[in-house]
Ligand binder design. Sequence first.
Ligand code: BGC
Length: 496
Amino acid sequence: MGKVAVGATVICVAAAAALLARHRMNCSGRWAKAMAILKDFEEKCGTPIGKLRQVADAMTVEMHAGLASEGGSKLKMLISYVDNLPTGDEKGLFYALDLGGTNFRVIRVLLGGQEGHVVKQEFEEGSIPPHLMTGSSNDLFDYIAEALAKFIATEDEGIHVSPGRQRELGFTFSFPVRQTSISSGNLIKWTKGFSIDDAVGQDIVGELTKAMDRAGLDMRVAALVNDTIGTLAGGRYSNKDVIAAVILGTGTNAAYVEQAHAIPKWHGLLPKSGEMVINMEWGNFRSSHLPLTEYDQALDAESLNPGEQIFEKVISGMYLGEIVRRVLCQMAEEADFFGDTVPPKLKIPFILRTPDMSAMHHDTSSDLRVVGNKLKDILEIPDTSLKMRKVVVKLCDIVATRGACLSAAGIVGILKKLGRDTVKDGEKQKSVIALDGGLYEHYTKFSACMESTLKEMLGKEVSENIIIELSNDGSGIGAALLAASHSQYLGMDESF
Ligand code: BGC
């Protein structure tokens, strides 16, 4: 080889080495930048125990304010008109309709009183087509009423209502409703991606009843309940120590049993039981103590309900995956985390759902295969290194931990309001909280973190008396039970 050729080769090798070095520098620079974004996010999401105590205290304060007057707090503290929870005496055939998210359920329950309890139960599930979530009130209620009519048509010889009697329904409607009685109320606002303008302010039972008429159904709505109220009623039916219910699903909320005299804004007669179940609508809680980030602010600003449901937007299943997507997008845009271009799919809001986030978070394979596949299948990012996948898992952990810790703090807030956050004179009164919702049921790391945080906040002695009980779809049964205890045929001889 001539000198010139050797010289050229040397120059090429040197140039390649320089390029490689620059590339490495760039890569490590980008990586460092991505890690800085992650670290900053982690710090802002921090939930040290002191902060959680502040959140719990703020929850208690807001509960008092919401009970004192209408509009006294971001917590609506809605009166449910449920002043008697199921006793076990409920008898007969009742229906329930559960509408609270993208799925709905119709349920038929045969209640057999003290001896029989739930003799038979049948249900069918359907999903709400997305266009009905933002369409018109009539279209949504017609769709549901028709599904209900089809289900009723499957009533067989064995279980049917007595001739001449109207079928009765417990309607679980899981949105904020200002109730005017146990079986009537007006929608305050939509949440969880629903936005049907002509329904806001409307009498929800009236709307459903009109749709049932159009579908040729002769049915009476005997109880209108929130899913938290249904869960509390269903929980109490199987365990008399149930005092509160929490939903951790697409949305989040809590209900609890309050002393009626402790509700200044309740201007009705004091119920015989002295109690009233309150639907807190805690999803709308907000406080300066909440660890919020710029990602949460952007998510809120671009949502269908800006400024509303701030607690829900950091805790619930509808939003957790979306928060992860937003941080990943920032890392891709600012630090080329996924390479020189931002994967186009990563820019699509809500493309990363919480169940997918949960699957990634729970990935135990040594090469984080599930994470790799989710990134490939959902975000169309073909190649990711193990190092990158670990970062994604870490991100899921930060977001889920914050949500879980804050839900625990919310529960402590309720226990404080009820004076059940301390042990009085060796008293061993059990407090059971019925929990329901897909997030709690299926996102194990979330529920485990929520429960351990609750223990940590309450301390060993108190937490021995606080029991979290999964009430799987208890809200449907709960609504049927409340329909039974508010039946127009109550006291009459029941024959199935
Ligand atoms: C609604 C509540 C409901 C909760 C859980 C929230 O978005 O406002 O009424 O209980 O979701 O389904």
